[in-house]
Design a protein around this ligand. Structure first.
Ligand code: SF4
Ligand code: SF4
Length: 222
């Protein structure tokens, strides 16, 4: 999922203080699952902003609404009436959400309430770990189903580096060396000899270094 983290409240105040009619827009998919910006968190944030504004004598109104997915205009369309007359939409979605709102509601200022951190997996309750950086050309077949781009500090394709110690990465004893994991997995699959082959250069043409990417699903019949 896309993992997000709320911005510090001092940032939220900077975004919201100059405005009068604020709509906090929650998103009930990734950001709700990672307990950051779903309906409940959007309402909690709106309540905190209201309290802050009351204390500061700022007045105005702060309301909240939540859509299923802010990354689809179809769902953002449903809140058109609530957006009417607002001067700020504060999005608790990942950073795609506020951009989608800015695209749909062109006359209203938009602000992100979240920082978008990574594409991650749940490791334990309230803990996520980065598993993918959306490189556009997934090559994990060769590495035992484990991504060295997202999970190795040096993004090595032919690891491990010389710093791996006792299965831990040299950047921190709290971080697993992913190349140790890849090695162990390949051994368990009886494929350790594959690791002796040098992996060639990766095709980065599908990464975003050439600008924003567009994906069109071929053969899709609406
Ligand atoms: S190889 Fe690329 S697409 Fe596959 S998991 Fe790693 S970053 Fe993601
Ligand atoms: S110790 Fe392992 S995970 Fe860390 S940088 Fe070296 S190869 Fe990558």
């Amino acid at each position: 999922m896309i993992v997000t983290k709320p911005k510090p409240f001092r940032k939220i105040k900077q975004f919201t203080d100059p405005h009068e009619n604020i709509l906090v827009v929650g998103c009930n998919t990734c950001t709700a699952v990672c307990l950051a910006g779903g309906e409940k968190e959007a309402e909690q944030l709106a309540a905190r902003i209201r309290l802050h504004r009351r204390r500061q004598g700022l007045g105005g109104s702060v309301e909240t609404v939540t859509v299923l997915r802010q990354c689809e205009h179809e769902f953002n369309e449903e809140i058109a009436e609530m957006v009417e007359g607002r001067d700020l939409l504060l999005s608790t979605a990942c950073s795609i959400g506020p951009q989608a709102l800015a695209e749909r509601y062109t006359g209203v200022r938009v602000a992100p309430a979240m920082n978008t951190n990574m594409l991650g997996m749940v490791k334990e309750h309230h803990v996520w770990s980065e598993y993918c950086v959306a490189c556009g050309d997934c090559g994990i077949y060769k590495t035992g189903g484990i991504c060295p781009i997202a999970r190795c500090a040096k993004q090595l394709f032919n690891g491990p580096c010389g710093g791996s110690q006792g299965g831990r990465c040299e950047i921190s004893p709290d971080v697993d060396c992913v190349w140790q994991q890849i090695h162990d997995k390949m051994v368990s699959l009886g494929l350790e000899d594959d690791l002796k082959k040098i992996m060639g250069p990766k095709n980065w043409s599908w990464s975003n270094h050439g600008g924003p990417r567009t994906l069109k699903k071929e053969g899709f019949q609406p």
